[in-house]
Design a protein around this ligand. Structure first.
Ligand SMILES: Cc1cc2nc3c(=O)[nH]c(=O)nc-3n(C[C@H](O)[C@H](O)[C@H](O)COP(=O)(O)OP(=O)(O)OC[C@H]3O[C@@H](n4cnc5c(N)ncnc54)[C@H](O)[C@@H]3O)c2cc1C
Ligand code: FES
Length: 274
């Protein structure tokens, strides 16, 4: 079973100036950035991302990619973890400040009506899977179970976030909240409880690789969203390529052909595991 023919994003990307509506800490390292949604912006599909210009153009001429966490007629929300200088600066951007974005960009998680989906979100990899869950796509599924894993309770921000989705379960590596163990161990546990037709995952590469091995073992189709470093995000510079074997072995861009791929097409040993 494959759904690859329906993961292309049909929305036309645009270049917009938004305004910061809210910028709120969710935990020590995670924050929620809510931007005004430009009226002309096409509806972002789950899995797509925006390419955001950190508002200090002298130091940050390369944009930073962030998945859409949620979107309505007025706003577009992003879930961000502080990683380096850019995400540290963005954490301090005040309400009312302008933000320059390009989007929505990239491929989408497939629509799988009538299927039982198990979605695995590690860290900020939660964003596209949460968005899938709150959108119509998940309502067409027979079931949509979202597992959200982090190192400890502090990174899960269970309390500080207004969850608009039922069926989210948590795991922590240290057992401080929810299932004790990593998210793939949690997936194995859930798989033994009820049937699964397709797996979605997004998170750090080692987690995705383990999820791909698990999906292969249990014989379930698996779609992953990659978070490679990017420069242009337009398919031109080829700084984000990954090796795939879709018929022939060839390099494909994460920004334009991805970020969502059929996990069986990826050459996992070539993906950085740091
Ligand atoms: C399609 C896509 C969707 C993404 N969605 C989100 C999201 O929803 N929320 C979120 O917080 N982040 C997301 N990311 C990752 C995010 O883009 C990076 O964390 C961010 O660009 C880092 O910027 P910085 O200036 O803070 O860090 P930099 O100063 O550029 O780097 C600091 C450190 O982070 C590492 N780093 C930078 N980019 C990445 C990356 N892409 N993956 C792993 N390590 C990286 C660097 O190697 C370095 O060690 C996404 C990436 C992609 C490609
Ligand atoms: S970032 Fe330039 S091709 Fe993907």
């Amino acid at each position: 079973m494959t759904f690859t023919n329906i993961i292309q994003n049909n929305a036309r990307p645009g270049h917009y100036e938004c305004t910061v509506i809210e910028n709120r800490a969710l935990s020590r390292r995670y924050y929620l950035l809510v931007l005004s949604r430009p009226r002309e912006m096409t509806n972002p599909e789950p899995g797509t991302f925006v390419h955001l210009l950190v508002p200090d153009a002298n130091r940050f001429y390369l944009r930073r990619p962030f998945s859409v966490l949620d979107c309505d007629d007025e706003t577009i929300s992003l879930l961000i973890v502080e990683k380096g200088e850019g995400t540290r600066i963005m954490r301090r951007i005040e309400k009312g400040r302008p933000i320059d974005i390009v989007g929505p960009l990239g491929s989408t998680f497939p629509k799988v009506p009538g299927k039982r989906v198990l979605a695995l979100g590690g860290g900020v990899g939660l964003a596209p899977l949460y968005y899938y869950g709150v959108r119509r796509e998940a309502k067409d599924c027979e079931t949509y179970r979202l597992l959200y894993g982090a190192r400890s309770r502090e990174d899960l921000f269970v309390d500080g976030f207004d969850w608009a989705l039922d069926g989210v379960s948590f795991s922590t590596d240290d057992g401080s909240h929810g299932f004790q163990g990593n998210i793939v161990e949690f997936a194995q546990h859930e798989f033994e409880q009820s049937q699964v037709d397709v797996i979605f995952s997004c998170g750090p590469n080692p987690m995705l690789k383990a999820a791909a091995e698990f999906a292969d073992r249990v014989g379930v189709p698996h779609y992953v969203s990659l978070e490679n470093r990017m420069a242009c995000a337009l398919g031109a510079c080829r700084s984000c390529v990954v090796l795939t074997r879709n018929g022939a072995i060839r390099y494909r861009t994460v920004c334009n052909d991805g970020p969502v791929f059929d996990a069986r097409e990826l050459v996992w040993k070539e993906l950085p595991q740091a």
